[in-house]
Design a protein around this ligand. Structure first.
Ligand SMILES: [Ca+2]
Ligand SMILES: [Ca+2]
Ligand SMILES: [Ca+2]
Length: 377
C-alpha cells in the first residue's frame, strides 16, 4: 500500500480513485513492459479500457435503477452546467464533465464535489487536492514522507507514532528493532528499541540516556532527602545519605501511557560513601510503598529499589523481591534477576516510577538505574 492509494479513494468516489491509480500503474507498466516485450503495453491498454467501460456501465445502471437519484443527479448537473462545469469540461475534453464523478478525458480526478478539500479533487478536476503522499504536511497530517517505512518516525498514514504499540497496530509486519517515535511532540522524534515479539509485541524500550536531554521528561523527588543527590551526564540519578535514612522517587513521563512493563539487562549500582555499605536483604525487607524505601532498622538497616506506576501506592516489582540472597557493598552492581518478566500496573498510567532508599548509620547510596532498559506497553 502507499500513501497515494488512500487519498483519492477516501474522497468518497471509488470510480475516481480507481481511474487515478490505474493511470499511475500504466506509467509503471509501460516502462517495465518496454524492457521485456512490446506486446505487453498493448495488453495493458486493452485491460484498462475494459475496466473503464465496465465501471461506466455499472455507474449508469445503478443510477437508472433509482428514479429519485436520477432526478437529483440531473438537476445537480444542470445547475453545474449553467455556471462553470459545462464550459470547463465539455469544451476542453470533448464531453468530459468535471463534477459527474467520473474521471474522463484530461481529468486527473473527479469526486463529484471537487471543492479542493483535503483528500479530494481541485475544482477544475485538473489535480488532486492535498493528500497523504504529496510530500507536504497538510490537513490532519503530522508528517508526509511518501514512503511505507514505519521505522523513520512517519507512518504511511502521515502520523508520527507515539509508541511501538502504535507502530505495531498500524503495521503488523513491523519487526523488533530500532524505531523513531515522538511520544511528546511529533516534531521531536528520537530512537527507541521496539520489542515486537514478547507476548505479542508492541513494547517501547528506552535506555536511561533517553530520560533526559529532551527525549523523555524525568523528575527526581526527595521523599526523605539525602545530602548528595543529582543526575549525572548519562541521565543516571544518584543519591548518598549522610548516615541517616533516605527515600527517593524518579518519575519518567511516557505520554502514550502504559499498562505493563518489563526490565531488560537492568542493573542497579551501590554508591556508598566513606566506607558505608548499601544493603538489600530480600528476606528482611522489600519496598511496598513509594513513601518509604528502607527498613527503620528494626531488623536490619537495609533498602531496596522498586519499579512501577507513579499512580499506584507502591511498586509492582522490586530488586529485593527477585534476589535469593543478601547483597552488601560500598560500590558494586545489583543485577535485576527477573529480566524480561512483564509486570502489570494498577491502571493505565503515563508516569513510570523508580523508587529507592537506604537506612542505617553509614553513608549508603544508589545509582538505581545504572544500565539496561525499561520496556513499556
Ligand atoms: Ca468527470
Ligand atoms: Ca500531505
Ligand atoms: Ca515513513
Amino acid at each position: 500500500m502507499a500513501c497515494g492509494d488512500d487519498s483519492p479513494g477516501d474522497a468518497g468516489d471509488e470510480v475516481g480513485a480507481t481511474d487515478t491509480s490505474d493511470g499511475g500503474n500504466d506509467e509503471v507498466d509501460t516502462s517495465t513492459d518496454g524492457e521485456s516485450s512490446s506486446d505487453g503495453s498493448t495488453e495493458t491498454e486493452s485491460t484498462t479500457d475494459t475496466s473503464e467501460e465496465t465501471t461506466e456501465t455499472t455507474t449508469e445502471e445503478s443510477t437508472d435503477e433509482t428514479a429519485t437519484e436520477d432526478t437529483t443527479d440531473e438537476s445537480t448537473d444542470e445547475s453545474t452546467d449553467e455556471t462553470t462545469g459545462d464550459t470547463t469540461g465539455d469544451t476542453t475534453d470533448g464531453g468530459a464533465e468535471c463534477g459527474d464523478g467520473v474521471v474522463e478525458g484530461d481529468e486527473v480526478c473527479d469526486d463529484g464535489v471537487n471543492d479542493g478539500s483535503y483528500g479530494g479533487c481541485e475544482p477544475d478536476c485538473s489535480a488532486l487536492a492535498a493528500y497523504c503522499g504529496d510530500a507536504m504536511v497538510n490537513g490532519p497530517e503530522q508528517c508526509d514522507d511518501q514512503n511505507d517505512d514505519s521505522s523513520d518516525g512517519c507512518l504511511a498514514d502521515c502520523l508520527v507514532p507515539q509508541s511501538c504499540l502504535e507502530i505495531l497496530d498500524f503495521d503488523d509486519t513491523a519487526a523488533t528493532g530500532t524505531y523513531l517515535i515522538g511520544p511528546n511532540d511529533p516534531d521531536s522524534t528520537f530512537a527507541v528499541e521496539c520489542d515486537m515479539d514478547t507476548d505479542g509485541g508492541g513494547w517501547t524500550g528506552f535506555a536511561v540516556e533517553n530520560t533526559c536531554n529532551g527525549d523523555l521528561d524525568s523528575q527526581l523527588t526527595a521523599v526523605e532527602a539525602a545530602p548528595t543527590e543529582g543526575v549525572d551526564v548519562n541521565c543516571r540519578p544518584f543519591t548518598t545519605d549522610g548516615g541517616g535514612n533516605h527515600t527517593y522517587t524518579w518519575d519518567i513521563t511516557f505520554a502514550p501511557g502504559f499498562d505493563e512493563f518489563y526490565l531488560a539487562d537492568f542493573v542497579s549500582r551501590a554508591a556508598g560513601g566513606n566506607g558505608g555499605t548499601t544493603e538489600v536483604y530480600p528476606g528482611t525487607y522489600t519496598q511496598s510503598d513509594w513513601s518509604i524505601a528502607h527498613s527503620n532498622c528494626a531488623g536490619a538497616c537495609v533498602g531496596d529499589v522498586g519499579f512501577g506506576s507513579a499512580d499506584d501506592p507502591g511498586p509492582s516489582a522490586t530488586l529485593g523481591e527477585t534476589m535469593i540472597s543478601n547483597l552488601s557493598c560500598e560500590s558494586c552492581d545489583f543485577p535485576y534477576m527477573d529480566n524480561g518478566t512483564p509486570y502489570m500496573v494498577g491502571a493505565t498510567s503515563s508516569t513510570f516510577r523508580v523508587g529507592w532508599g537506604e537506612s542505617g548509620g553509614q553513608e549508603e547510596g544508589w545509582y538505581p538505574w545504572w544500565s539496561g532498559s525499561v520496556y513499556l506497553r
